[in-house]
Design a protein around this ligand. Structure first.
Ligand code: ATP
Ligand code: MG
Length: 365
């Protein structure tokens, strides 16, 4: 029998979702959800993970759970096709993490480049919370609990998926074939692997405050694009401009489609010509930024409008999440049963074990 294909991904409720999430993962999830190629799609709000570096600010996490849920629905995730749930409501995930901790060494965790960068970003060098340090293990639990085969995420998640694969291999080697090894699904477009922030920093990230949010108003988006980082040496229109590290062009790589030229910039046939002109000199930042603003508006306005609709009935969204949690919990519990059985810690379900032990203590007759 061909293996069932199952999708799983999540986001930390540390803020509203931004266009980095959108191009890195969310847009793809919606496509996959609608593709008919996957038997199940699980999408979750990683509140327990968000608490690992926001333990002193639970209110922030609590407030953002609903924001992320609204962004999901606005972007096109459909609860009739995808199971949307909240991580902390699935206690089975904690138990799985606890067992997986035995399969990972401290030095292996210390080598995780994403965690290393995040520790620096948060000034955790001197005192790393254990929960934060071990979150790649808990992520492996999230993925494997649902037997996910496919994890559509941005490039920063590569080390996490690798860690999960190692845990699966080690678990299956020791305890027998039980868990499914997940595969990462990165965006095809290289600009979307790790979308930079509006300040030109390597990654758009809620924690860095350099984001364009899916729910920003048209004015906010336009303002953020106007002050966006370009080429600091491109001072006059006639100066030649650089594309490398030029955020406006990276965003065009991520969002621009051929038909946008006809609609908003008919004097250029395509993005290559626009880039060539910029590099030659004679093309001002303002013009390129206006083009990008029009494209972003086309992409974001339907999302923003759908969000406004969903905002009208917040209790219905909590209800949807609750149902998602119940469904997710059933799946996670079934996997946990298999894990306990494989690890031989299912004492009371195992009549054979009890009989065997009874016999042993009676002595062979
Ligand atoms: P935080 O700063 O709280 O970690 P974040 O902005 O990094 O927040 P996450 O919730 O950690 O967001 O990431 C959720 C998903 O979005 C992951 O799949 C991640 O790879 C993807 N993602 C986040 N930021 C970007 C980005 N700038 N470009 C591409 N993908 C991204
Ligand atoms: Mg992150």
């Amino acid at each position: 029998m061909a293996k069932e294909k199952i999708i799983l991904t999540g986001d930390r409720p540390t803020g509203r979702l931004h266009i980095g999430h959108y191009v890195g993962s969310l847009r793809r999830r919606v496509e996959l959800q609608n593709s008919g190629l996957y038997s199940k799609t699980f999408v979750f709000i990683a509140d327990a993970q968000a608490l690992t570096d926001n333990m002193d600010n639970p209110e922030k996490v609590r407030q953002n759970v609903i924001e992320v849920a609204l962004d999901y629905l606005a972007a096109g995730l459909d609860p009739t096709k995808s199971t949307i749930f909240i991580q902390s409501q699935i206690p089975e995930l904690c138990e799985l993490s606890f067992y997986y901790m035995d399969l990972v060494t401290v030095s292996r965790l210390q080598r995780n480049p994403t965690v290393k960068t995040e520790i620096q970003m948060r000034n955790f060098e001197a005192s790393i919370p254990v929960g934060f340090f071990t979150y790649p293990i808990s992520q492996a639990a999230d993925i494997t609990a649902f037997k996910a085969t496919t994890v559509p995420v941005g490039e920063d998640q590569e080390p996490m998926i690798e860690q999960a694969r190692e845990i699966v291999r080690r678990f299956n080697y020791i305890y027998g074939e039980t868990l499914v090894e997940p595969e990462i699904l990165l965006p095809d477009n290289s600009a979307c692997l790790r979308l930079p922030g509006t300040d030109g920093k390597a990654k758009m990230s809620k924690s860095l405050g350099n984001c364009i949010y899916l729910s920003d108003s048209a004015d906010e988006v336009a303002k953020k694009i106007r002050s966006m980082y370009t080429d600091p040496d491109h001072l006059r229109v006639q100066d030649p401009g650089k594309l490398e590290g030029n955020t406006v062009f990276t965003y065009l790589d991520a969002f621009c489609r051929p038909e946008h030229f006809g609609r908003y910039l008919p004097e250029y046939p395509d993005l290559n010509e626009l880039k060539a002109h910029y590099q030659r000199g004679g093309l001002g930042d303002v013009k390129v930024k206006k083009f990008l603003t029009a494209i972003m508006e086309e992409e974001l306005s339907p999302i923003r409008n759908r969000r406004k609709e969903f905002e009208k009935d917040i209790p219905a969204i909590y209800d949807m999440l609750k149902k998602g949690c119940e469904a997710a919990r059933e799946t996670a519990a079934a996997t946990l049963d298999e894990v306990r059985k494989a690890m031989k810690i299912n004492y009371f379900d195992d009549a054979e074990l009890i009989a065997e032990q009874a016999k042993r203590f009676k002595g062979e007759e």
